[in-house]
Design a protein around this ligand. Structure first.
Ligand code: GLN
Length: 538
């Protein structure tokens, strides 16, 4: 390869959900802590162009980058661990690969040739991998291959890895994440699934350099030896990844196993500094030794699958650690909330959040949750749809516009306090067409948002089609709901607050995407602080 970056591929075997994203992010964290510049990329073998059109029940949260890519939630882990941003290039799907190859074919770029999986699809995969390394911005590009080795869908990806390794053996390394299950009846750890999984990779021409073994019990020296011997890897390249109480412990567990050193040695990189994990360790110390515990109700319609709100849950961990409190989330299904039960379900909450979302299911429950928070003085934080329902609730119950709604839910409402953005009206395709990515916002001096951020100009990430209808702004402001954050270019309302309430803030943007271990999000920190204060005064 012409660039100087080293490429580390992370494949998975035996079963899905072993945590390739966390292992990749942990390795990246350790390399970063030794002063290297690292980025992580996820290759997803499904045919959707991006997960933006996928139901969260299928795929968990859709993470949004600064440059407006709708991506896999693993990119959220990468950003939260590394405190560096990802971009369009960090998440590639089979859909994107095929779209690009087919577009080239139509343009005549392959004129005269039969377009095939090998070499055209595999070449496109290789191009997408090398793009990140070619900018001299990184010493390491870690590429996580989604799915499990042996899946039909991931075959072209494994073939691309084989070719890259063959072309540049000194610059590439393959880490295979596998499972060493414990059979309770036999009282033993079993290596056979790992052996089979490695055999499958070997059949595809790829010899893994390092095996990370997920396990519920310590690997004995005998087990490590067996895995090394049967899978052709060095003994020190059998890395144990034992279940951890928090994902944030994994980098430290990997450090104990010398995972990063084995990687560096195999890539013949010498003379590197000791890792500096001071900030990480101090975060962990605060996170693990809370002085108080708080319960925040998170009202949403996908609460059965917690991954749907991954970044929010993690942002509460970061903000909790800053405030030295344990934030327990009380997951509330918005469809369970009705006028009779709302009080009994929410009255024990120290704070209430209404989550982002789409469509009409559960919307009235969300509006009831806002009403409860507004009237009872419980700190409230709404995000995206959560802001929109806060506006609807205020319109209905304070401004007396009883049929107020968002035109997303009721096209013919007489009071469209939330309306489709002008630029969205002519859009018919659903994929990748929302208002996405970073936009600027100017904060009103003295507002809660201003206090939390401690500056007047911010930029946050978005994912929406509807907005606050500025025709009603005067009415809201006069009766006590203020717009405290405005986009300076489009005048779009980005934040609303109720100054007479102890802490009532809702944002059109998604602050959760920008919270990291190193830089907890100021609004989450401010909210948790307010919740703590409220709980002490109760
Ligand atoms: N459905 C709303 C919109 O499109 C809110 C989106 C969201 O919560 N991400 O504007």
């Amino acid at each position: 390869m012409s660039d100087s970056a080293k490429y580390i591929f992370v494949t998975g075997g035996v079963t899905s959900s072993l945590g390739k994203g966390i292992i990749s992010a942990s390795l990246a964290k350790l390399l970063q802590s030794r002063g290297f510049r690292v980025t992580i990329q996820k290759l997803d073998p499904y045919i959707n162009i991006d997960p933006g059109t996928l139901n969260p029940y299928e795929h968990g949260e859709c993470f949004v980058t600064d440059d407006g890519a709708e991506t896999d939630l693993d990119l959220g882990h990468y950003e939260r661990f590394l405190d560096t941003i990802t971009s369009q290039s960090n998440n590639v799907t089979t859909g994107k690969i095929y779209q690009s190859v087919i577009n080239k074919e139509r343009k005549g770029e392959y004129l005269g040739k039969t377009v095939q999986i090998i070499p055209h699809i595999t070449d496109e995969i290789k191009r997408c991998i090398k793009i990140l390394g070619s900018k001299s911005a990184y010493d390491f590009v870690i590429t996580e291959i989604g799915g499990t080795v042996g899946d039909i869908e991931s075959l072209p990806y494994v073939e691309a890895v084989r070719q890259l390794k063959w072309e540049s053996p000194d610059d590439c390394l393959v880490v295979h994440l596998t499972l060493v299950p414990y059979l309770a009846a036999a009282g033993e750890l079993k290596t056979k699934p790992t052996q089979h999984s490695v055999k499958q990779l070997l059949e595809l021409g790829v010899q893994p350099d390092i095996l990370v073994c997920r396990t519920e019990h310590e690997l004995t020296p005998a087990i490590r030896n067996k895995v090394a011997k049967f899978c052709n890897v060095n003994l020190n390249a059998v890395i144990q990844s034992i279940d951890a109480s928090t994902i944030y412990d994994v980098p430290l567990l990997m450090l104990e196993e010398k995972f990063d050193q084995v990687v560096l040695d195999k890539l013949k990189i010498q003379d590197y500094p000791e890792p500096n994990l001071k900030d990480w360790n101090s975060f962990l110390k605060r996170y693990k030794n809370p002085k108080n515990e708080l319960t925040i109700s998170l009202v949403g319609k996908y609460v059965e699958l917690k991954d749907s709100y991954k970044s929010i849950a993690e942002a509460f961990i970061h903000a909790g650690a800053v405030n030295e409190v344990k934030v327990s989330i009380n997951w509330v299904h918005s469809e369970d909330l009705n006028a009779k039960q709302v009080k009994s379900i929410l009255e024990d909450s120290d704070g209430i959040m209404v989550a982002p979302g789409f469509g009409s299911r559960g919307i009235e429950g969300k509006i009831l949750a806002v009403k409860f928070a507004r009237e009872s003085g419980v700190p409230f934080f709404g995000i995206c749809l959560g802001m929109q329902v806060a506006v609807i609730e205020y319109a209905r119950n304070v401004l007396n516009l009883l049929e107020a709604h968002s035109t997303e839910i009721n096209e013919h409402t007489p009071y469209p306090v939330i309306d489709i953005m002008a630029e969205q009206k002519s859009i018919t395709n659903l994929g990748g067409t929302m208002r996405l990515g970073t936009y600027n916002c100017h904060l009103k001096k003295g507002s809660l948002a201003h206090v939390a951020y401690d500056r007047e100009d911010i930029a946050e990430r978005h994912r929406h089609r509807y907005e606050f209808n500025n025709d009603y702004l005067d009415m809201f402001e006069k009766s006590g709901m203020k717009a405290s954050g405005i986009n300076p270019d489009s005048e779009l309302v980005e934040i609303i607050e109720i100054p007479s309430h102890p802490w009532f803030v809702a944002t059109q943007f998604h602050p959760e995407y920008k919270s990291t271990v190193h830089t907890p999000h100021p609004l989450f920190v401010g909210f948790v602080e307010a919740v703590l204060k409220h709980s002490k005064n109760k």
